[in-house]
Design a protein around this ligand. Sequence first.
Ligand SMILES: [Zn+2]
Length: 388
Amino acid sequence: MALDRKGLDQAVDEAFPLLSSLAQRIHATPELAYSEHRASGWIAEAVEGAGISVERGLGGVETAFRARVGGGSGPRIAILAEYDALPEIGHACGHNLIAAGAVGAFLALSRQTATLSGTVELIGTPAEEGGGGKIRLLNAGVFREVDVAMMYHPYDRDILAHPALATKRLTMTFRGAPAHASIAPWDGQSALTACLETFRLIDSQRVHFRDGVRVHGIVTDGGQAVNVIPERAASLFLLRAPSLDELERVAVIVERCAEGAALAAGVEVELSMRNGYKNMRNNLALARRFGKALESLGRKPRETDPSVGAGSTDMGDVSHAVPSIHPYLGICDEGETLCHEREFADCANSPRGLETMRLAAKAMARTAADALEDRELLASAREEFERA
Ligand SMILES: [Zn+2]
C-alpha cells in the first residue's frame, strides 16, 4: 500500500495552527547556538503531543533530539529542523520556520505509520549559525544509517539546488615590540601594521581566486594604547569557496599574505586555521522531485539562480555523507530582503512566511514519501551521490 498523498496534505493543514504557534513562539524567543533549550523543548512537546517519543540530548548535544516513526529494512529518511537565532537580529534567518515545517512534514508522515515502507526521522539540529551542530551529530554517528536527508530554508525566492560555500576560519595574531609612539617609535615593531597590511595583500591576490570565492575579515585587536606602538594585533577571517579543493588553495594564499606582512613589519604571526562547513552537494534527483511537489502545490521554483549569492551551512557537511537537499523557499518578494537582515526576521513571522512553511511541510512530506516508495528515485539519488 502506498502513502496517501492527499492525506499528507490534509494532515499538514490540520496541524497548521500548532505549527504556526510553534514557529511564532520560537520567533518571539530567539536563542543562540547550543542554547536553544526552549525551542527544542517546545518542538519535542509538539511531537510528544502526537504520541511519539523524543530522544533528547541526541549525540551528546543537549539541544539536539530525534523522533522516529516506521521501521523495518526500508529506506531511512531524515527531515532536519534548525531553530537557532542570531545575536541582535533574532530569527533573521527564519530557522523558526524551518523547525515548524520539518515538524509538519514529520507529523503528516507519522499519521500513516502503518503504511510507511521504511523509517522517517525528525532530527533537531542546533547551532547552524557558526556552531556546526550537524557536524557534531555527524561525528556522533547520527546520520550513519540515513539514506536521504532533507530540509528547506526560507529565502526571497524559490530555488531547488543553490550552492553553499565551504568555509574555514582563520585567526591571525601578530606580536611585535612596544615602544613610545612619539619618544622612540624606532624602538618598536608594530603588530598592527602587519595586521592591516595583511588585508591589503589579500586584496592584491583576489584576482587569482576562482569565481565564487569569498574572503572577509575583521580586526579583533587593533592595539593597546594610542601612544604605544602596538605590541599585539589580531584579526579573524572567514574563507569561503565553492569546493574544498579551491578552499585549500585559497587558504594557502591567505596564510602567505599574513606571513609576508609579518616579514615586512618585522613581527611574529601565529595562524590558527579551523575547518568550518563543507560546500553543499545538492542531490539533483531529489531536489527535482521536491520541485515537482512544489509545482503541484502552485509554486514555480528554479533549479538555481546565479543572480543571488551563496552562503554556507552545516547541511553541506551532511550532504557529503548522505544524499541531501536544501531547497530555498521565498517568504517575501524577490530582492525585498534576505537572510541576516532585520526585515527578514519580520518576514519569518508574517502570514506569508507561515504559508510558505505550510507549503514546505507538504512538499517535504511528499518528497519523503517518494523516497520511501520509489526505488528508482532512491537508486538514482544514490548513484548521483556516489558519482560526486
Ligand atoms: Zn539559516
